[in-house]
Design a protein around this ligand. Sequence first.
Ligand code: OOG
Ligand code: MG
Length: 262
Amino acid sequence: MNLDTTTIAQLAEHLEQCELEARDTTKITLDHPEMDWDDAYAIQDEISRRKQARGSRIVGLKAGLTSYAKMHQMGISTPVFGFLSDTFAVPDGGQCRWDTLIHPKVEPEIVFVTKAPLRGPGCHIAEVLAATDFVMAGIEVIDSRYRDFKFDLKSVVADNCSSARFVVGGIMRNPGDLDLRTTGIVMEKNGQIVSLGAGAAVLGHPANAVAMLANHLGSRGACIPAGTLILTGGITEAVAVEAGDNITLHIQNLGSTSLSFV
Ligand code: OOG
Ligand code: MG
């Protein structure tokens, strides 16, 4: 760690205020070029602690930048991990107020829900599938607090990986009954197709994103608890949305989920 606890707390407060007030900021590494990975995750943990101190519950975790489409879109080459608060959840088919966000984009994702804890290091895809209660369809709304979505990996980790809102829905299925690599996805904006893809876009199989998350947490002395909802990462590039847009995601064998921006 290169930053002291006061600086970590200040940066967490700054980024969380930007989130809560829907205003953007410059990359924090411009002022703190010495910030390392541990500092970045410590800032993210402090944002989580601040939310929990105000009564929010952490309901899930996410992996980001797990597909080549996303890595290419953001000019970055390694996955990153974040948390999901209950305050980010939008009901299936529900509304999301656009003016509470800065420059939101939507991503089609395959969602895992665990029934047993997963601990790294050494966590692999078979363990993930055995510990999965069910998979379902999810749309993540990302909203980087950084101006024009321009960031480096450490800045994005500190900003809880652009997490803002999410919706899950459709049909809950046992992953053992599906081939999630060839599972097709179609996302529509106002009835027009904007994204097409398949589960293999995420690290060959989206369960690999869950294994990487368990291994990442293991290296920090933590695990994925049973009953955790996990967003495995955008299958395609993220799509910008405006007020008035309706987004629907259809996933083969997993039904559909949607939300609209008002
Ligand atoms: C970082 C978050 C990426 C995903 O699914 O790849 C992410 C960003 O692109 O702002 O959530
Ligand atoms: Mg995502």
